[in-house]
Design a protein around this ligand. Structure first.
Ligand code: PMV
Length: 295
């Protein structure tokens, strides 16, 4: 009674935060992610070995919930992968999807896409409060998607006419998605005339960005990423480390660079057809960076 499952991480190319408030987001799976293993035991509850998850108590709660969905009450659970927790690369969503797949295999039960969405959303609620659902939807499906939250969510596949050369820069600063999402929500509630148009602009950029991806117009996509970063920074969702990464990437020739995910830490992405100098510049600024070809 063993099972194994994997799921990729994700980046949001355009539209993070706005997607929480009903606008579309353009998101894509990463070529790396998390792997989960489950070995069902007769007794003893759950033994969890998840070095990258740290000592977050929500991980144990989520494991019990997801395994319980498959009638598994006792198991050794292992999680391995390359997604830093709280890093803006969809680690919590990839965790839920990979674990659900491993539990389905271990229990010999089928797992439909709808079930995977239900499990993913419930787990994301535990970690993020009011998730739009974009993270687990993209991690479960892979590929590039224009996503609009539901119910029911609307997922439109985006076919890239050429692969997107993306450099991911990591601030190393962990944060919970809940805080930055709530801070924008409060702003909108306090002064909708000031903040709503910015959210709408982020949604329009995501919609236009999807067309750029399909057309292979990397310059146009990069310009939209730069504009979106400016809007997100105006919404106070950037931070000093993200600014250093974004500026380093642009100076080194990236066509566009922005924070990705919730911001105020986590990760930034740069669209870099010539990635080597961008990787070098981000590393020289003191941050980890890696290349990912997105398609
Ligand atoms: O940083 P992450 O991976 O948790 O991304 C969150 C994306 C947001 O749009 C900020 C929140 C959401 O639920 O869509």
């Amino acid at each position: 009674m063993r099972g194994h499952g994997g799921a990729p991480g994700k980046i949001i190319l355009l539209g993070e935060h706005a997607v929480v408030f009903g606008e579309p987001a353009l998101a894509a799976s990463l070529p790396f992610g998390l792997e989960a293993t489950v070995e069902v035991r007769a007794a003893g509850g759950f033994a969890i070995d998840a070095p990258t998850a740290g000592d977050d108590p929500r991980v144990a709660e989520a494991v019990a919930e997801i395994a319980g969905y498959f009638g598994i009450l006792h198991a050794s659970v292992g999680l391995r992968g390359e997604l830093p927790a709280g890093g803006g690369l969809g680690s919590s969503a990839a965790f839920a999807v990979a674990l659900a797949r491993a539990c389905a295999e271990a229990s010999g039960q089928p797992l439909s896409p709808t079930q995977l969405d239900v499990i993913g959303l419930a787990s994301e609620r535990r970690f993020h409060g009011t998730p739009s659902g974009v993270d687990h939807s993209v991690c479960a499906r892979g590929g590039i998607w224009l996503y609009r939250r539901g119910p029911p969510p609307l997922l439109t596949p985006v076919k890239a006419s050429r692969a997107l050369p993306i450099v991911v820069g990591l601030t190393g600063r962990k944060r919970r998605t809940r805080g930055p999402v709530a801070s924008l929500g409060e702003k909108i509630e306090r002064d909708p005339n000031r903040w709503r148009p910015l959210v709408a602009r982020l949604g329009a950029l995501a919609e236009g960005g999807a067309r750029d991806v399909e057309a292979g117009s990397l310059e146009a996509l990069g310009a939209k990423m730069n504009e979106a970063h400016g809007v997100l920074a105006e919404c106070e969702l950037s931070c000093e480390s993200l600014e250093l990464i974004v500026q380093a990437a642009r100076r080194a020739g990236a066509l566009g660079a922005k924070l990705t995910g919730a911001g105020q830490g986590g990760a930034a992405i740069a669209l870099a057809p010539d990635p080597a100098p961008v990787l070098a510049a981000i590393r020289a600024a003191g941050f980890e960076a890696r290349f990912a070809e997105i398609r």
